[in-house]
Design a protein around this ligand. Structure first.
Ligand SMILES: [Zn+2]
Length: 232
């Protein structure tokens, strides 16, 4: 498995270490409720971790239009949305740990199922590349950081062939039109099998376009994994 970040791993690692250290010394408010606190107050951390519930039972299972199985750690809710937004937009890396704990059961289940399908060979963990806009403003790829925290090495088999419009206010049909043909694999992917990891699946347009682009290059997608799915 190869790591295809354009930045050398050592520089990435140094930046991550500095950011993590910074997050510990700068006072912040809780990303969930805004109370003066650490990254997350104890109450929001408990709610996010669902310590009182059964995480395996909270998993959301569905299929993309093409039949690719999807596994999300939970249905999307306001708390998860607020924590994810603070992590992504404000680069609050102290939130990566709690978010990785949310993702873990979904990734575990999907990996186990994929390994059964591939006769014991683990699939590669693929992420969707950040748009140029997001890469400029964030400087880090939150989903890849989550995947690394769970002991996996993410790969980026795809590139944007054109910059899609910001689709936050788009409806379902607009999202699919915005993304159709927007991703491509720069190299052949013959014989490679992937699990695709995303943060939040809304319409499935990004996941669907990613699966199409990977298949077009000769690869296979055994499943899509997400932190949360916005329930239709
Ligand atoms: Zn809170």
């Amino acid at each position: 498995m190869t790591h295809r970040d354009s930045t050398p791993p050592s520089a990435n690692h140094l930046t991550e270490t500095i950011r993590d250290a910074w997050a510990l010394v700068v006072p912040v408010s809780c990303a969930g409720c805004g109370a003066p606190s650490r990254e997350l107050c104890a109450e929001c951390l408990d709610r996010l971790a669902r310590r009182d519930g059964d995480t395996a039972r909270a998993l959301v299972r569905w299929s993309l239009a093409d039949g690719t199985p999807g596994t999300a750690a939970r249905p999307y809710d306001a708390l998860l949305g607020a924590v994810l937004l603070a992590c992504k937009e404000d680069a609050r890396v102290g939130l990566l740990g709690p978010l990785a704990a949310v993702l873990e059961p979904a990734l575990d289940v999907a990996l186990r199922e994929a390994i059964v399908c591939t006769a014991g060979r683990a699939p590669e963990i693929a992420t969707v590349p950040a748009s140029r806009r997001a890469a400029r403003t964030r400087g880090f790829h939150p989903v890849e950081r989550l995947v690394r925290r769970l002991g996996q090495r993410p790969v980026r088999p795809l590139r944007w062939s054109r910059e899609p419009s910001d689709q936050r206010d788009f409806g379902r049909a607009q999202r699919f039109a915005n993304l159709a043909g927007a991703l491509r694999a720069p190299r052949p992917l013959d014989g490679r099998r992937f699990l695709l990891v995303e943060d939040v699946v809304t319409t499935g347009a990004t996941a669907g376009e990613s699966v199409r682009a990977i298949r077009a290059a000769g690869g296979a997608v055994l499943g899509v994994v997400a932190l949360a799915r916005v329930m239709p």
